[in-house]
Design a protein around this ligand. Sequence first.
Ligand code: PMV
Length: 324
Amino acid sequence: MGAMTATATAPANIAFIKFWGKRDAKLNIPYNDSISMNLSNCQTETSVEIDPKLKIDEIRVNGEEVQGGKRERVILVLEEARRLAGSKHLAKVESKNNFPTGAGIASSASGFSALALAASWAYGLKLSPREVSKLARLGSGSACRSIPDGFTYWKKGTNHDSSYAVQFAPVGYWEIRDIVTVVATEAKKSSSTEGHALANTSPYFGVRLKKLPNRLSLMRKAIREKNWVVFGETLEEEAVDLHVMAMTSRPPVFYWNEGTIAVMQSLRSWRDEGLMGYFTMDAGANVHVMSLERDAAEIERRLKQIPEVKFTIMNKPAAGARLL
Ligand code: PMV
């Protein structure tokens, strides 16, 4: 096989029902199903070039050589692609984000989904979307949800073969927006990997798991019926539960800062005026403000006036990973 190159672009996603805690930490098998939406303005472009002359994999993100745990996770994905292709050739990986990296905006989902798709093509594999989703999951669990288009559903499964994401609703299904509201730009002190590992040390871990089947079906129904209020209330409940677990794990992790609280409280008071924005957060201080298209511009304008808000990124539902 001669040198082969493939380039893919993929979106980050925001989970409405979250992945928190790993049943299998090596394979990133979750305890529960999750639901998310792909984000139009948080994208990663990754190219993979196979080069028989390489002695080690060369991995760069935004021009900088990647080291440590992140490098190991990239190599996990490359190794699986090589195993499937029966290839021993190493690769050069170049990745760039169109949004600030390490700004508490998840780049792992967009990064690993773009990597999985590009690597599968570079190694000459013709994988189905399900197989690419499984490959992406090995790098970062949430990345498996960035493979299908639009709104996606990750079936937790029990092993590598049964844990992958499928489409729940297409891109144009519901005109909702995610206004990423950045209140902290420094790199997080505690990664989501650490958070996952601590999840089941919280006494509320089991409590949430018990509530989840009901919450998942409520969320699915809210999306099916486009019921904005049920969607928003379920979204916020789930986000708060994730942070309650983090704050009560051993050791505890506090992701919020004063900006997080300011945004949450502003949304509450704007709702009293009929402006219906709802919040969710991942393992960080930044807030994803979900809104209907009709309210999005006004909510964004007001968010920008909150002193703790550094900047915002307006997102529509987006396609999943694509080959360029
Ligand atoms: O894919 P990971 O390991 O970065 O975990 C993602 C964790 C959350 O963002 C907090 C939740 C989610 O489902 O995206």
